[in-house]
Design a protein around this ligand. Structure first.
Ligand code: M6R
Length: 607
């Protein structure tokens, strides 16, 4: 979604701002803009469309050493040049970039109009720029503070003023904001990727905190003007992790990284030989967690699918009642949180607004709130009581791939950890953890089936409707396979629990419909093969993901992709890989923008 970059230093600001914006492109946006401050003026350039369009409109010789920039994902007002950020007040003394939503913007707009202010845009952000101008008292920091006291909603903002060139004031509530600390320079950003090329030293702002950066240094305060001493942290990601490095798309790079990413995720955490698991992130709450009466997993999209696998794992291995909720539903349905309820939020970005809100709701109702998050220092990670990071590295492609695998691995580790502390025998733990330990190598061998996956995509890419069916542990994988296909190739796809097909969706099956069965050998194999027969007898075109060595399935399906055998609870980690590859190739064959699918954002920071 929207992205912010701001620069104060000794270098020309523009190239740094543009490079930062490009690093934020993956988040999704529909317009972009820059404000440069120098010579007693603010120079604003903005345009709808891609950053390359903006670049054509810019004066690349502008030598300003202070500026702010933005990529916008429209919420209030059409995605056009005028509504693009930065926004200014009437006198163009201030420029503001903003992520989030100002909820009381209508009331503020009416108030300002009654004071004679004329608005140029349809955005909520312009209200903030005009309000700052109205309450300006000669001190930018004080003025922003005063204006923010009138604002309800969420924001990450960066503000400049032509009277104070060389100063950026930024503030945060519910929308991420950090400050990169370089040599004689500061870079304000909404995402660490925008600053990594310049520094890995960073300060994360908390909600209701503000920062003033200038050549004189960095000053952090609360909205109430209480000074705050911030810890400087080191970003653990490296620049090459956020670059394509010879790959055609980030999605493919990230699919191929999964073996190494999962090794990283498990490193130092599982000891297969002794059947033990060390999860430092939840050590402090281990007792409470082990005694949990109920676990609720919550998240959105792919993270929710990982949660569904987690539900099976936790009930199966730890024998604790577990349920999975869409974060957006959990938050608003007056959930019952009894003593002993643990809520685990699952999120790659750690910034998804619905998931964050669900977590806050759960905490407020007294639940122990845990996180399974990839981005270190993200809002969800900071809101939890404890949690476990995925450590799978940055995920740039909008379609989540390695994060799903990391989430399932972390949930398997949590389930085994709890199982072991409650009832699981040592040999059972050893068997499970040894199987988990083998997963990265098995993923490497599944990735060798890329050509077979590409062939499936080629053979069926012109069909507009696909079904994905699975049972038990493979049901969430069916949902995930369908989501991958639809979000990047725009082919309509539906994932279902295979047995549900006969209760309605079977009516859709024609002799032209690809039906992908995740049909690995396990407790429900015979049932799944019966479902395959039902589809075949109606002319459906069966594609199967099956266990290596299963010859029977080859007689039932038009195409088979084989994955190595593993314990049933871990099979999703292998079966999801061919589905990711099929979706990827289908999208490429249809000429789609794989890493930045239409209408989608990498991190959904609005409700
Ligand atoms: O960052 P999060 O894991 O919280 O994101 C949740 C969903 O928005 C995300 O998984 C989305 O569904 C992906 N585009 C799926 O590929």
């Amino acid at each position: 979604m929207c992205g912010i970059v701001g620069y104060v230093g000794t270098k020309q600001a523009l190239p740094i701002l543009i490079e930062g914006l490009k690093r934020l492109e993956y988040r999704g946006y529909d317009s972009a803009g820059v404000a440069l401050v120098a010579d007693d003026a603010i120079r604003i350039t903005k345009s709808a469309g891609r950053i390359s369009v903006l670049e054509q409109c810019l004066d690349h010789d502008d030598n300003a050493i202070t500026g702010i920039a933005h990529t916008r994902w429209a919420t209030h007002g059409a995605p056009n040049d005028i509504n693009a950020h930065p926004h200014t007040d009437q006198s163009e003394r201030f420029a503001v970039v903003h992520n989030g939503i100002i909820e009381n913007y209508r009331a503020l707009r009416t108030y300002l109009q009654n004071q004679g202010v004329e608005f140029k845009t349809d955005t909520d952000t312009e209200v903030l720029a005009q309000l700052i101008a109205l309450v300006y008292d000669g001190n930018l920091e004080e003025t922003v503070r005063k204006a923010l006291h009138e604002v309800r909603g969420t924001y990450g903002i960066a503000v400049v003023c032509k009277d104070e060139p060389g100063v950026i004031v930024a503030a945060k509530r519910g929308s991420p904001l950090l400050v990169g600390i370089g040599e004689d320079e500061y870079i304000v950003a909404s995402d660490a990727s925008a600053i990594l090329a310049h520094t890995s030293q960073v300060v994360y702002l908390e909600d209701d905190e503000m920062v003033r950066v200038s050549q004189d240094g960095l000053r952090t305060t609360t909205l109430e003007d209480i000074p705050v001493t911030k810890r400087i942290q080191e970003i653990e990601w490296t620049l090459d992790q956020i670059e394509l490095g010879g790959h055609e798309h980030f999605m493919l790079k990230e699919i191929y990284e999964q073996d190494a990413a999962l090794q990283n995720c498990m490193r130092g955490r599982i000891d297969a030989e002794n059947g033990t698991i060390h999860l430092g992130g939840i050590a402090d709450v281990a007792r409470e967690l082990t005694r949990a009466k109920r676990i609720i997993l919550t998240g959105c999209g792919t993270a929710w699918h990982a949660g569904l696998v987690g539900e099976y794992l936790i009930e199966d291995l730890a024998r604790i009642p577990c349920e999975v909720e869409y974060a957006s539903e959990f938050r608003y349905r007056n959930p019952i949180i009894e003593d002993g309820t643990v809520v685990i939020a699952i999120s790659q970005s750690g910034e998804t607004a619905d998931t964050l809100a669900a977590l806050e709701e759960a905490k407020q109702r007294g639940a122990l709130a845990l996180g399974v998050v990839n981005v270190v220092g993200s809002s969800i990670a900071r809101t939890t009581d404890a949690g476990i990071y995925l450590h799978v590295g940055p995920e740039i492609g909008v379609a989540s791939t390695k994060a799903f695998s990391g989430q399932v691995v972390v949930l398997s580790m949590i389930a085994s950890y709890l199982g072991r502390r409650r009832h699981m025998s040592q040999p059972a733990a050893e068997q499970l953890l040894s199987a988990l330990d083998r997963i990265p190598a098995q993923i490497t061998s599944v990735l060798e089936q890329n050509d077979a996956c590409k062939k499936v995509a080629q053979d069926y890419v012109d069909r507009e409707n696909w079904l994905y069916l699975g049972r038990g542990y493979q049901y969430p994988v069916a949902l995930e396979g369908a989501l991958k296909l639809k979000e990047i190739s725009y082919i309509h796809a539906e994932g279902l629990a295979a047995a549900e097909m006969k209760h309605g969706p079977i009516a859709l099956i024609t002799d032209d419909m690809p039906v992908v069965f995740i049909a690995t050998q396990g407790s429900q194999y015979d049932k799944v093969t019966s479902n395959i027969e039902e589809v075949r007898s109606r002319g459906g075109r069966v594609i199967a993901i099956a266990t290596e060595g299963d010859r029977q399935i080859a007689e039932l399906a038009e195409a088979v992709i084989y994955v190595p055998d593993t314990l049933e609870p871990l099979q999703p980690l292998l079966t999801v890989i061919p589905l990711q590859l099929i979706a990827y190739h289908a999208a490429v064959l249809r000429g789609c923008n794989v890493d930045k699918p239409r209408n989608l954002a990498k991190s959904v920071t609005v409700e």
